[in-house]
Design a protein around this ligand. Structure first.
Ligand code: NAD
Length: 259
């Protein structure tokens, strides 16, 4: 396929479902060779096969983003298969809810381990490969509107995503001399397979979310893929940026339900 990523090879972590899957599919439609990652080989291969059935080029590779050796092996497989690594999206993430005064510290640590440490591991293995290639590259880290704002019951997630924002800036500065661009995408509330299931669990309903969002709706996976495509472009002079794609949520100064 020809498109804006023709000739590029892109890894998207945690891309067997949700936003990551949407990004993997869009990048493939834009001509990239795509590496679909999941902890399960079966799930990764399933998505890769469906991309291939649609005319794209993809393989599935299992790895846990918190495991540096497994992630280094994923990069090795990518380069063996496609010859280079040009784009790397740290999309995998988890969240868990709880009041801070009761939060189990091991559970808290696990969210930070996947969302922040896992993102660093991905940046490290991708950055090493891109620096060695000597031809630049693009890394995109998945943040959240909650990386810039506090929200009740989400202390490990908010703290991790805030860490992702600063990590993005730091690595953008550190790797600018190698022309490795590092940016972050901070989605607002996006409608995915699990939105319905988790309805109300954080103390607000899906209607509350629509009311609090100036655009009056959830964002879509396709819209996040569009933003991701812009952010992995290397002809836009953008690095170290956190793009909020949240329907105006951060911009809005009024409280939930007060519209
Ligand atoms: P999701 O749960 O559907 O997808 C996350 C994927 O990451 C899953 O496939 C999961 O299996 C995978 N994953 C989790 N731990 C992993 C690990 N250790 N190693 C490898 N893969 C692992 O969630 P989503 O809504 O598609 O979210 C994708 C990203 O976008 C996450 O980083 C999330 O924090 C962020 N985000 C989502 C929203 C939203 O409203 N959906 C909003 C803001 C930010």
């Amino acid at each position: 396929m020809t498109g804006r990523l023709s000739g590029d090879t892109a890894v998207v972590t945690g891309s067997s479902q949700g936003i990551g899957k949407g990004i993997a599919e869009r990048f493939a439609a834009e001509g990239a060779n795509v590496v679909v990652n999941s902890r399960s080989a079966e799930r990764a291969e399933e998505v890769a096969e469906s991309i291939e059935a649609d005319g794209g080029t993809a393989i599935g590779v299992a790895a846990d983003v918190t495991d540096e050796d497994a992630m280094a092996a994923l990069v090795e497989t990518t380069v063996e298969e496609f010859g280079s690594l040009d784009v790397f999206v740290n999309n995998a993430g988890v969240t868990t809810l709880g009041p801070a005064e009761e939060f189990d510290v091991d559970e808290w640590r696990e969210v930070v381990n996947v969302d922040l440490v896992g993102t660093f591991v991905g940046c490290k293995v991708a950055g090493n490969q891109m620096i060695e290639q000597g031809d630049g590259g693009a890394i995109l880290n998945m943040s959240s509107l909650m990386g810039g704002r506090g929200l009740q019951l989400r202390s490990p997630y908010c703290a991790s995503k805030a860490g992702v924002n600063n990590l993005t800036q730091t690595l953008a500065v550190e790797w600018a001399e190698h022309d490795v661009h590092v940016n972050a995408l901070a989605p607002g509330f996006i409608w995915t397979e699990i939105t319905e299931q988790t309805q109300g669990s954080a103390g607000y309903t899906n209607d509350d979310i629509r009311d609090r969002t100036p655009l009056g709706r959830f964002g879509s996976v396709e819209e996040m893929a569009e933003c991701a495509l812009f952010l992995v472009g290397r002809n836009n002079f953008v690095t170290g940026e956190v793009l909020y794609a949240d329907g105006g949520w951060q911009a809005y100064g009024w409280g939930a339900g007060d519209q």
